[in-house]
Design a protein around this ligand. Structure first.
Ligand code: BGC
Length: 315
């Protein structure tokens, strides 16, 4: 039996094929083209199935993480893909051309599940933060994902944190956390300070957050200032979250977490500056599964479903 975990991001889609015991057999990535996403994704999976001689009957299902608000299997809005309400389950099954179990989640919620199940923390209260094209949050309360009344639970990228820059968010809001602490936010901040601080960066269209982080690691003044601002915004959001859900810790994942301890230390330092003193010792660490937390979360969910089917005989 095979299970597929799929994590759709703003720039790339991660795909993992697992066996029925949850072992990752192979993983790969394809670029995200929001307008052709379902066709490209299903072609890539069919290509893999052909290569490995996997038949449709051997596939238990697909778990898909989306960078947006998800409620009851429907994506209500994915601003970083430019999607309004989309029935992902239906569109994906149609493109795939055969019936399969397809489960849809918010990307950060899925990553929170992946990390918690990998670390055997399924009953914990922890907050997973994903830093990529957008900023996402997965709040695990005593092991349950907080979805809220309409799927907005954990949408921390849209916390109105900033009064200084007042950048417009992809959702149309102003001063949201995501406008500063995401990969796009870091580039936006770097451009904002372009003529104001010394730097070795060149401001071509291709400038990425990784360029800024790499330069900051080499003591570039502008890049360091920009990262401090991004981390301060994130730390303020985290400090607010601690006094609402009182988690045992924060887990930082997503593409930006590839910056490793360098970024983590900046986040920790800023958190110390703004948090309530009783929360100073809270655990903040990088996702152990790194950028794969989402596909592992999908796998953990599918395995749970598979056991239910084996026990009850239905999905
Ligand atoms: C979306 C979230 C998503 C996050 C990370 C935000 O813009 O609103 O739903 O989790 O990006 O992809």
């Amino acid at each position: 039996m095979y299970l597929f975990g799929i994590d759709i991001g703003g720039t790339s889609i991660k795909i993992g094929c697992f066996d029925g015991e949850g072992n990752l057999l192979e993983q790969w990535e394809i670029p995200t083209h929001p307008n052709q996403l379902f066709n490209e994704l299903s072609s890539s999976i069919q290509f893999y199935m052909n290569k490995k001689n996997i038949t449709r009957n051997e596939i238990f299902g697909f778990g898909i993480g989306l960078p947006g608000i998800v409620r009851n299997g429907i994506a209500l809005s994915c601003v970083n893909l430019g999607w309004e309400q989309t029935d992902v389950q239906k569109e994906f099954s149609k493109a795939l051309g055969f019936d399969a179990n397809v489960y849809i989640f918010n990307d950060a919620n899925l990553a929170a599940l992946g990390e918690a199940s990998y670390l055997n923390k399924e009953k914990d209260t922890v907050v997973f933060i994903t830093l990529g094209t957008g900023v996402g949050g997965g709040i695990l309360m005593h092991g349950e994902i907080v979805e809220g009344t309409s799927g907005l639970g954990g949408e921390i990228g849209h916390m109105p944190i900033d009064n200084t820059y007042q950048f417009v968010c992809g959702c149309g809001g102003i001063g949201h956390l995501e406008t500063l602490a995401s990969a796009t936010g870091i580039v936006r901040l770097a451009r904002f300070y372009q003529d104001k601080l010394p730097t070795c960066l060149t401001f071509e269209d291709t400038l990425t957050a990784k360029d800024v982080i790499d330069a900051a690691k080499q003591q570039d003044p502008l890049s360091n200032y920009v990262l401090d601002e991004a981390c301060l915004a994130l730390a303020k959001a985290m400090a607010s979250i601690t006094v609402i859900v009182n988690p045992s810790g924060f887990i930082i994942g997503g593409g930006l977490s590839n910056a490793g301890e360098f970024l983590l230390n900046k986040i920790k330092t800023k958190f110390q500056e703004v948090c309530l003193k009783q929360t100073k010792t809270i655990d903040i660490h990088l996702a152990v599964l790194k950028n794969n937390a989402g596909i592992y979360g999908a796998c953990a969910y599918l395995i749970k479903k598979k056991h239910e089917v084996e026990k009850n005989g239905k999905c």
